[in-house]
Design a protein around this ligand. Sequence first.
Ligand SMILES: [Zn+2]
Length: 249
Amino acid sequence: MKWLTRWLGSPPPAPIDPALWQALLTRFDGAEVPSSARMLRWRDLTARFLADKAITPAADCALSESDRVLIAMLCCEPVLDLGYGWLRGWHQVIVYPGGFGVRRQHVDEDSGVLHEWDDELAGECWEQGPVILSLEDAIQAVDAPESGYHVVVHEIAHKLDLLDGSLDGTPPLDDAAWRRRWIADFQRAFDALRREVDAGRETLIDPYACEAPDEFFAVASEYHFTDPDLLAHAMPEVAAHLARFYHPS
Ligand SMILES: [Zn+2]
């Protein structure tokens, strides 16, 4: 049978129950009419995601069918205008019921002292491995949206960033001149935010963005999807790059 499958291509993914799809779509603020080409594309991407990637509960997380489809929808939303190929290279989403604890370690280079501490995370992604999410935080972005907070967008942005092999805040861009402008504009905005944070000033954008260039891209992406007007006001060049990147015409 193997040769036959190869010859015919992989079987089409199982369709999503129309009533469930309809119900989930109404939970999204600003979703278009379900019959629009974009929403139909979203449904197809979601079905493909469910067939292609394992969504694995962890720590006794009870995942309903509705939760699974919702997670797949959220993972596909950032690539709705980019295409499914942008989700290549990884195969699993691990879902915790809420924030999950991780043990961090850091060796102080001067003193050689090992520091260890516990962090609670809403999401994490491994370079060649799964995306890890808190279900509670993932759902919050749909049912109680907050400006600049969208854990699934954040983790998917890291995955897009990693597609060219380096986690550096720049996803693969086909146009070399655009890539140069992107890097310069992102660096300028990153430095400006860092100056504001260092001076102790209140910032429009979450200061977590200046942890590192990759976090800056992930956090800016969260604003792009939750509060694009604020992002355009705070960082117009970055907002324009993200609009062009996430929504190629
Ligand atoms: Zn991050």
